[in-house]
Ligand binder design. Structure first.
Ligand SMILES: *Cc1c(COP(=O)(O)O)cnc(C)c1O
Length: 321
């Protein structure tokens, strides 16, 4: 694959066994891919995508990175960090209400020097357009990074992540991963084709229903495939997703998510997050309890980061109980 990439993520990330969790749940064998350790301002899955997205912004002569997310967006925090490191101005369009005291990712956005424009969820796309236009007119040479850096370019981050695990020579036949804006799963699916990884990739839906997420992932994977001139056609039937764990909706942590966070912390010393990995882990635990996997399966739980949110409201209060 010959796509421009600016290296800054700490790669390869480790793969570790989860022996206590495996015993507690009575098998299958569980392992974890530590993409919470991709470096740069607490890491997470957006670092891999941003290596490719940043290279494109640099090639275009951009001076400002503009992106969008929720108040506690991990993607926005990681974008603010690369902007600082590579000398860009950063404008974040965040949905939510500006709190008196910033915490979690929002506190980090401030520390990293991002300019923040507040909006509400329904107005987010419009606000983003206006902010981008304004930056353009001001001569700030803005480059627009979509929600979650989930465009075909960002997708290459996870294509290459599959190459990475193939190189790590671990023996697993399932990947379980939190899936939201779809770029992570799309990259993995395309990567599995390109690098002959034959396992299954299960996305646990974080906010969208199965059909919608499958469509998004399929489109992204096929667009990315076209960009590198590969004649790989991915059908939506091969995208495995499960939307039974949507719970109270996006960013609402219920008892199952909190329980999964506690379980990983107490048995393995690993910190999940309340929005993404807590939900994905809760889904995986439920699937194990219901006999979805066999005893022979080897399941790689892909940690996508997000732990700064543990220190944000309302989650820190919930976890204090
Ligand atoms: C963004 C994010 C995800 C979801 O990745 P997508 O590529 O948007 O599907 C999962 N986990 C964490 C911690 C994230 O920040």
């Amino acid at each position: 694959m010959n796509i421009p990439r600016t290296l800054f993520a700490h790669l390869p990330t480790p793969i570790e066994a989860l022996p206590h969790l495996t015993t507690l749940l009575g098998g299958p064998q569980l392992l974890i891919k530590r993409d919470d350790l991709t470096g740069l301002a607490f890491g997470g899955n957006k670092a891999r995508k941003l290596e490719f997205v940043l290279a494109e912004a640099q090639a275009n002569g951009a001076k400002t990175l503009v992106t969008v997310g929720d108040i506690q967006s991990n993607h926005c925090r990681q974008t603010a960090a690369i902007a600082a490191k590579f000398g860009f101005k950063c404008i974040l369009v965040l949905s939510g209400t500006e709190p008196d005291l910033a915490n979690g990712n929002l506190l980090l956005d401030h520390l990293l020097g991002a300019e923040i424009v507040w909006t509400v969820r329904e107005e987010r796309a419009n606000t983003l357009k206006t902010v981008f236009q304004q930056a353009w007119e001001n001569g700030e040479r803005p480059y627009l990074i979509p929600l979650g850096a989930s465009n075909p370019v960002g997708t290459f981050g996870y294509v290459e992540a599959i190459r990475e695990i193939v190189g790590q020579k671990i023996d697993v036949n399932w990947i379980v991963v939190a899936s939201s804006s779809g770029g992570t799963q799309a990259g993995m699916v395309l990567g599995a084709h390109l690098y002959n990884w034959s396992g299954k990739i299960l996305g646990i839906c974080i906010d969208h229903h199965a059909l919608e997420l499958q469509t998004t992932v399929t489109h992204l994977a096929n667009e990315a495939s076209e960009r590198i001139g590969k004649d790989i056609s991915i059908s939506s039937q091969e995208i495995l997703v499960n939307d039974r764990y949507l719970g109270g909706g996006y960013a609402v942590a219920g008892e199952v998510e909190l329980e999964a966070i506690r379980m990983f912390a107490k048995t393995e010393g690993i910190l999940l997050d309340p929005v993404y990995t807590g939900r994905a882990a809760a889904g995986m635990i439920d699937l194990i309890k219901n006999g979805f996997f066999t005893q022979e399966d080897k399941v790689l739980f892909w940690h996508t980061g997000g732990s700064p949110t543990l220190f944000a409201e309302p989650y820190s209060a919930q976890l204090n109980k």
